[in-house]
Design a protein around this ligand. Structure first.
Ligand code: UDP
Length: 329
């Protein structure tokens, strides 16, 4: 498709820019010489994440809801590309706040796409590997079926809300020729991530460093592939600058798989911790009838072919950097 955009955008708007991934993306784009505006309502983001950026002349922040349309319209107007990262995140938050999850995830994306379309701006939509659901056909390729559980189980609302976001973005691309890229983020970790919303690595690191039991949910044989946030945001910026990525859904993640039990052992070892590793039944950790995914591994060949690299940092190095950051903060 044709696009009015320059291949290397220099003015970026990041929704959810005070969140874990958004703030790392802001730092990365600034390091590339871009001007960065963020918008965040601080529902799960934090000023602490952007404290080190606030004095940079090329950085601006705005604390507001993305659904404030007049405000967002102005911000979109001033940007060349919009990275839409604002969303309800974290399995715990999603199970505990189901209405907010659906309203935020669907409502914010509707507004972002509507305004980006009006102003003809490129949009990078952050989706999630959750959309693959219970599919056991690993590695997950972008054209695989989505296998979701029943609507009575709250967890699947997250995947469904993100799938709607994807459908809407792709519809804008198909019907209105809006340049969009949908990125499915796999488990992304690194310095600055909070465990408050249930994410496993920051939780394990906090537990290991404070001598509390390391809580492995279920039998711990479920596995994930963890990628480092610095590598993930590099991929996002590269996808935004790749015309061939427009209209595509792209997995962004690492191929290195580790079981949660092994992750707990690794954190314990690298932290030099004496914390016991404790198995916690899912019903106790989340809610009755909670369903987890046994494996989640991305096929990253599309990412590789579009931008020439995939996240490579090994899990031990990632865990070490998270431990170091936690000790220093
Ligand atoms: N998990 C765990 N202990 C915790 C938090 C999470 O064993 O304190 C497990 C969780 O059940 C899942 C995996 O770790 O199997 C990854 O969880 P996270 O919430 O980080 O991401 P998800 O892959 O579920 O989106």
């Amino acid at each position: 498709m044709t696009s009015q955009l320059k291949p290397k955008p220099t003015r970026a708007l990041i929704t959810g820019g005070a969140g874990f991934i958004g703030s790392h993306l802001a730092g990365h784009l600034l390091s590339l010489g871009q001007r960065v505006q963020i918008i965040d309502d601080l529902s799960t983001g934090a000023m602490a994440n952007i404290e080190h950026l606030k004095d940079r002349p090329a950085f601006k922040y705005c604390i507001a809801d993305v659904r404030d349309e007049p405000l967002l319209a102005e911000l979109v107007d001033n940007a060349e590309v919009v990275y839409h990262l604002a969303a309800a995140v974290g399995v715990r938050l999603i199970v505990e706040s189901p209405v907010k999850t659906i309203e935020t995830n669907v409502g914010c994306t509707e507004v972002v796409l509507k305004l980006a379309n009006k102003k003809r701006k490129k949009v990078i939509i952050a989706s999630t590997s959750e959309v693959y659901g219970k599919n056991e056909l690993v590695p997950f390729a972008e054209d695989h079926d989505l296998v979701l559980g029943p609507t009575v189980k709250a967890r699947w609302a997250y995947a469904c809300s993100k799938a709607i976001d994807e459908f809407l973005a792709l519809a804008y691309h198909r019907a209105r020729k809006l340049p969009v890229v949908v990125v499915r983020l796999f488990n992304t970790v690194g310095p600055g991530q909070t465990g408050r919303y249930g994410m496993v690595l920051p939780t394990f690191v906090r537990q290991a460093l404070s001598g509390e039991p390391i809580t492995v949910f279920g039998d711990g044989n479920q596995s994930r592939c963890f990628s480092e946030v610095g590598e993930v945001v590099t991929a996002l910026a590269a996808l935004a600058a790749a015309p061939a990525a427009e209209g595509q859904v792209v997995n962004v993640g690492s191929r290195q798989e580790i079981s949660i039990k092994e992750l707990a052992k690794l954190v314990k070892k690298l932290a030099g911790s004496r914390s016991p590793i404790k198995l916690v039944p899912y019903e106790q950790a989340y809610a009755e009838g909670f369903e987890d995914m046994p494996r989640r591994v991305p096929d990253v060949s599309k990412l590789q072919s579009l931008v020439g690299f995939t996240p490579q940092m090994g899990i031990a190095e990632i865990v070490q950097s998270v431990i170091r950051h936690y000790r220093e903060s």
